[in-house]
Design a protein around this ligand. Structure first.
Ligand code: PHE
Length: 498
């Protein structure tokens, strides 16, 4: 058979085109909805909003984002054991679309919560499976893998950049529900693109990687799991129904869960008898990088909460002679990412082929330090709260995006390489949960922000990120030894144990 089609898209497999556009449209719907959400929740009832207090709304948005990516571990399991990536992505997309339709109907807070459940569940299924499908296009040692992930990540930004401009503008200037219906339409287009192009996906995406054989599942175990889920659901429903667990309580619970989940998952992975010593050394090397990613997302994801609020309250939105909608700031990062991706792709190629090439940990450390700097920059306008120039925000968002390019596509690619075959999609879910943990911590931090304390808030968080990034930089050589030469690390460990 001819190998030509395999290089049909700028030297990349043809399957990447479909994944690029399907993910672009999915992100369009997600970020469009998110660009509107804070304003919809906090706006007065008479103005078409829900009249929720700004503190509660910010925390709810943060835990919602967190729950969405936590669900990715479950979504990964469903794909690895039951559905396979292709069917899981499709099902996830349909759930997401239903979630946006809920918001398109003006049905108040009930519809908002229904949509949150649908979108979190759907994204939990779609996001890890579509990312793992990118990995499925390449053989383990294919050198095009990293650049493939960078191109795919650019698709994310293409969707994210258009979303606030279209969904945000229409939603804020005409009607919130019209905005949300555009998000639903975006997901529908994404699904059509996906179904029309999925024949180009590798066979690995069609079936579960490690199918669950129901005849092998012990009845007692199944019973225990089902009972635990039912009891937990009943407890949560009672707690919410009786008012014992209010919005603040839910936020705290999700924050704790978002941190506990990856900690638990790593513990299981390290202890499992199915993990070989080599894999164990590799996982140990991955943990500090995961922690750095958590800190990074904690700052970057505040773009939709604290930064959105800063744009609305403390920025001169008429600085250029016309009224800039506050939601437009959500697009700045993506524009920067799209413009700079080719530059960074070339930079990595050059650095990676030099004798003193930076390791994944070095790139992660750089990403975290840069994120810290983006917050430190905001200390200056934060000292004079009032009408600061929009350029401060643009500068800060541009800086954090440079950090993102050092960390996020590199993280996806490193995860795809790290994953044991049977756990491929779950490990991708684990990577996404670094974002969940970051937002879970963020949900607690955002409570301390208000316009008056902006300088202190940005200064403290920024400085903390810079320090942690420098610590990771110091440990990078050790991590490199573990992650890149795990066999050696495993032998050393055995020797020390003796
Ligand atoms: N911009 C990224 C995306 O939407 C943010 C993200 C990174 C989300 C890592 C989850 C995990 O894909």
């Amino acid at each position: 058979m001819s190998r030509a089609p395999d290089r049909a898209f700028f030297g990349q497999p043809r399957g990447l085109v479909g994944l690029f556009f399907a993910e672009a449209w999915e992100r369009f719907s997600y970020y469009g909805m998110r660009a509107l959400l804070l304003y919809y929740m906090t706006d007065q009832l008479l103005d078409g909003g829900l009249g929720i207090g700004s503190g509660t709304a910010k925390s709810l948005i943060a835990v919602y984002g967190s729950a969405t990516y936590m669900a990715a571990i479950l979504g990964g399991w469903i794909s690895d054991r039951l559905l396979g990536n292709r069917r899981a992505t499709l099902l996830g997309g349909v759930l997401i679309m239903c979630g946006h339709i809920c918001l398109a109907i003006p049905a108040g807070a009930g519809a908002l919560f229904a949509s949150m459940v649908l979108i979190a569940g759907g994204t939990g299924l779609l996001k890890p499976t579509i990312s793992a499908s990118v990995g499925d296009l390449y053989a383990k040692d294919d050198p095009r893998r990293d650049s493939g992930f960078s191109i795919y990540y650019m698709g994310i930004s293409v969707g994210a950049v258009a979303a606030p401009l279209v969904v945000g503008t229409i939603g804020q200037s005409y009607n919130y529900h019209l905005g949300f219906s555009l998000a639903a339409a975006g997901m529908a287009i994404g699904l059509v693109v996906y179904v029309c192009t999925w024949r180009h996906l590798g066979p690995a995406s069609s079936t579960p990687k490690n199918p669950l054989r129901f005849s092998e599942v012990r009845r007692s175990r199944l019973f225990a799991v089902v009972t635990a889920v039912v009891v937990l659901a009943a407890l949560v429903a009672t707690a919410v129904g009786t008012g014992w667990l209010d919005a603040g309580g839910i936020v705290n619970a999700v924050s704790v869960l978002a941190i506990a989940l990856p900690v638990g998952y790593f513990t299981v992975m390290l202890r499992s008898s199915r993990t070989t010593p080599v894999e164990r050394a590799r996982v140990r090397g991955y943990i500090p990088m995961f922690a750095a990613a958590v800190c990074f997302w904690c700052i970057q994801e505040q773009g939709a909460t604290v930064i959105a609020q800063y744009a609305d309250e403390s920025t001169d939105l008429t600085a250029f002679g016309f009224g800039i909608p506050a939601s437009w700031f959500q697009s700045v990062g993506s524009v920067v990412l799209i413009v700079l991706t080719p530059l960074f792709a070339a930079l990595w190629l050059r650095l990676d082929s030099s004798p003193r090439s930076p390791s994944t940990a070095h790139k992660f450390a750089a990403g975290l330090v840069i994120a810290g700097l983006s917050y430190l920059l905001l200390v200056i306008p934060g000292l004079h709260p009032g009408n600061s120039s929009p350029l401060w925000l643009v500068g800060s968002l541009a800086i954090v995006t440079i950090g993102e390019m050092c960390l996020s596509p590199i993280g996806l690619s490193a995860t795809a390489k790290l994953a044991p075959a049977a756990f491929a999609t779950q490990t991708m879910g684990l990577w996404l949960s670094s974002n969940a943990a970051g937002q879970g911590i963020g949900a607690q931090l955002v409570k301390f922000y208000d316009a008056g304390s902006a300088a202190a808030y940005f200064g403290l968080l920024g400085a903390a990120a810079v320090v942690l990034g420098l610590v990771l930089f110091g440990f990078a050589p050790v991590i490199r030894r573990r992650a890149e030469r795990p066999a050696e690390a495993a032998r050393q460990e055995l020797e020390t144990a003796r």
